[in-house]
Write a protein that binds this ligand. Structure first.
Ligand code: ZN
Length: 207
């Protein structure tokens, strides 16, 4: 299925499944496919979107998402858990931070372009199909192959509702380092800038 035809609202309740959604055409035929894991609770509730692999060499979030997916029991869930473990599929395929095809840093091309280069197409579809469904977004990053980072969490530092929701989630996560970003968000984290979605960005590095 192409992601244009994917509708989260069409999935049944108390349902857990994995999807491979065609998202951008590959040179030589076929598509780059976005893996997506959905847990739809038995009861209505908020939607948590979690993404990883925005940078293709940051593996901890990519590995953590399937573990959470296996542990969740949708019949005991209120709301929806939607997880995209590898957003930057061409970069992951090449074990690189950015795309080897168009050179873009996926985190810097929001809101993307449906007719643009591959990274811009991926972002445009994320913005059209997943972000509007989310009440809250968690964006998982790490130091990748190049850096070593402390465990830290970035959040929106603001007195408004968005900032307070982001702060509460950051505190609940319990990371030893918190990194507040005042509005308007200018560079990182751009994933939900301007979308009105409270979010946190977790950076982690294995010991
Ligand atoms: Zn990253």
């Amino acid at each position: 299925m192409h992601i244009r035809d994917f509708e989260l609202d069409d999935l049944p309740r108390a349902d857990k499944r994995s999807h491979w959604l065609a998202i951008a055409a590959r040179d030589g035929g076929g598509y780059w496919r976005l893996p997506l894991l959905t847990d739809i609770g038995a009861e209505d509730g908020p939607t948590l979107l979690t993404i990883a692999g925005v940078h293709g060499d940051e593996y901890e979030g990519i590995a953590a998402i399937p573990q959470v997916f296996r542990a969740i029991e949708p019949r005991a869930l209120r709301g929806r858990l939607v997880m995209a473990p590898i957003c930057n599929i061409p970069a992951f395929d090449a074990a690189r931070r950015g795309s080897p095809i168009d050179g873009h840093n996926l985190a810097r091309v929001f809101p993307g372009d449906i007719n643009g280069e591959i990274t811009e197409q991926i972002v445009a579809w994320l913005c059209r199909k997943l972000l509007p469904q989310a009440d809250f977004l968690i964006d998982l990053h790490t130091g990748g192959l190049a850096c070593e980072l402390p465990l830290l969490i970035g959040y929106i530092h603001d007195d408004g509702d968005l900032g307070q929701a982001s702060l509460a989630a950051a505190e609940a996560f319990g990371a030893p380092v918190m990194w507040g970003h005042p509005l308007p968000l200018r560079s990182w984290p751009r994933v939900s800038a301007g979308d009105g979605i409270a979010h946190i960005t977790q950076f982690a590095q294995p010991r």
